[in-house]
Design a protein around this ligand. Sequence first.
Ligand SMILES: *[C@@H]1O[C@H](CO)[C@@H](O)[C@H](O)[C@H]1NC(C)=O
Ligand SMILES: *[C@@H]1O[C@H](CO)[C@@H](O)[C@H](O)[C@H]1NC(C)=O
Ligand SMILES: *[C@@H]1O[C@H](CO)[C@@H](O)[C@H](O)[C@H]1NC(C)=O
Ligand SMILES: *[C@@H]1O[C@H](CO)[C@@H](O)[C@H](O)[C@H]1NC(C)=O
Ligand SMILES: *[C@@H]1O[C@H](CO)[C@@H](O)[C@H](O)[C@H]1NC(C)=O
Ligand SMILES: *[C@@H]1O[C@H](CO)[C@@H](O)[C@H](O)[C@H]1NC(C)=O
Length: 466
Amino acid sequence: MSFLLFLLLLILSSLTSHLNATTSLRIGVNLGQLGDNLPPPARSIELIRRLRAKAVKIYDANATVLSAVSGTGIRVSVMLPNQLIPSVASNQSFSDSWVSSQILPFYPKARIRYLLVGNEILSDFSISNSTWPHLVPAMANLKRSLRSHSIHNIKLGTTLAMDSLSVSFPPSAGAFRADIATSVITPLLRFLNSSKSFYFVDVYPYFPWAANPSSIDLDYALFAGNPSKYYTDPGSGLTYTNLFDQMLDAVFAAMTRLGFGQIPIFVAETGWPNNCDIDQIGANIFNAATYNRNLARRLSHKPPIGTPARPGMVIPAMIFALYNENLKGGPGTERHWGLLYPNGTRVYPVDLTGKLPDRKYPPLPAPTNNAPYKGKIWCVVDEEKGVDEKALVAALAYACGQGNGTCEGIEKGKECFRPNTVVAHASYAFNSYWQQFRYSGGTCFFGGLAVQTTKDPSYGSCKFRA
Ligand SMILES: *[C@@H]1O[C@H](CO)[C@@H](O)[C@H](O)[C@H]1NC(C)=O
Ligand SMILES: *[C@@H]1O[C@H](CO)[C@@H](O)[C@H](O)[C@H]1NC(C)=O
Ligand SMILES: *[C@@H]1O[C@H](CO)[C@@H](O)[C@H](O)[C@H]1NC(C)=O
Ligand SMILES: *[C@@H]1O[C@H](CO)[C@@H](O)[C@H](O)[C@H]1NC(C)=O
Ligand SMILES: *[C@@H]1O[C@H](CO)[C@@H](O)[C@H](O)[C@H]1NC(C)=O
Ligand SMILES: *[C@@H]1O[C@H](CO)[C@@H](O)[C@H](O)[C@H]1NC(C)=O
């Protein structure tokens, strides 16, 4: 009898530990597809499976991706594009037909679990009138559309950036922006609370650190701070060991201020860039691997750690992103968030189950750009990639049209006119443009035609500004 009981207990415990092993994985990946060199969706899903990620988020409801992920058991978050929000909100039939055409063909074979309505819409002020007021009505219509097909296990949400807060430091002072708090956020939180969904937020410790590396310790941003660098919030008395927790607790505080402190957080995007331009800092393989490994370990911990203000809370997260995406504009970091290169090779190994201890990983290349580069930098044509003359001509014309006297130096008879080639003139123009605009958001990119260099491209009497 007692032996049978023992046997039963043994079976039960192995069953539950098996369940834990298969259901507790809290880390997924974002499948961004802004690259012209990325594998087809079926291969992407296979790569996600090999990373042992159990969840994927996409930025639309791409049919090829949804059929590729069908039957794999991977949980899926799909997104309704921002520009459809007004139509969905004002027209129940529109909502019904979107759900019928985009979701139903793949559900339930594709394990769609979250329908995210828009991407960081409250960061786009150009749609403040046209779209923000329609967010929650759109979510309500989509929920009705799903219910009409008796679908109860797809939750509605929307992903917001940290800039929906006007105060995030100290975390206990966290507050939503005044322009959205009562008009958009309160109805949103009421909806999320009553439908038992999550507040989805994109959380990137990289950005506050990179904007302020002298006042924030890098190790604190990488979950690797030592106790002398911990931060105690004077408002709450809580001690923070890392920047990620600090950012999440600012969101919790802001929700609490509006009366909805119990809504759980889902980290819709987080990560660390693995490379960057010369004038940026801290984006390298060492830091990216350290951040994502520590994140996976922390969020997968059993029992769940939570945050100082929400101890024990499970915090699911999606790492951004599967690939380095070469078509993203902006500074170099934007194109280097991937766990994988476009050819499917890992940029660095990372165990998303969080089980592998640091000592089991092979050594990482030492970081070289954790401090700002102090020397001069120029912006020139990236000749290594092979030169696309037609694109260069267009980029040259664009650059010359910006700023003051941008292309004077390459006018006929001027010191940089010769050699009179598109490449030479474009290099001059890119540099002249970038030197004027680099501190006001201008980037040295030009659709991939330009690259930063520390080697002075000046020659003879032709001087390149720096
Ligand atoms: C789905 O994604 C694939 C791969 O990026 C792309 O080729 C295809 O055009 C997308 N389909 C739609 C309908 O956007
Ligand atoms: C509502 O959406 C349906 C389905 O897309 C469409 O046929 C209809 O014209 C829309 N009605 C209005 C008033 O826009
Ligand atoms: C939104 O509407 C207000 C009031 O009509 C107006 O002042 C503002 O310029 C509009 N904003 C946008 C982005 O259209
Ligand atoms: C949140 O939802 C719970 C359960 O559905 C409810 O009891 C509570 O009153 C809601 N909170 C607010 C602030 O509406
Ligand atoms: C994949 O791409 C990376 C980065 O360009 C390169 O270092 C690596 O050798 C490539 N791997 C294969 C198998 O081609
Ligand atoms: C161009 O010149 C105008 C007038 O002197 C000035 O206001 C503007 O800031 C200059 N632009 C740049 C990019 O230097």
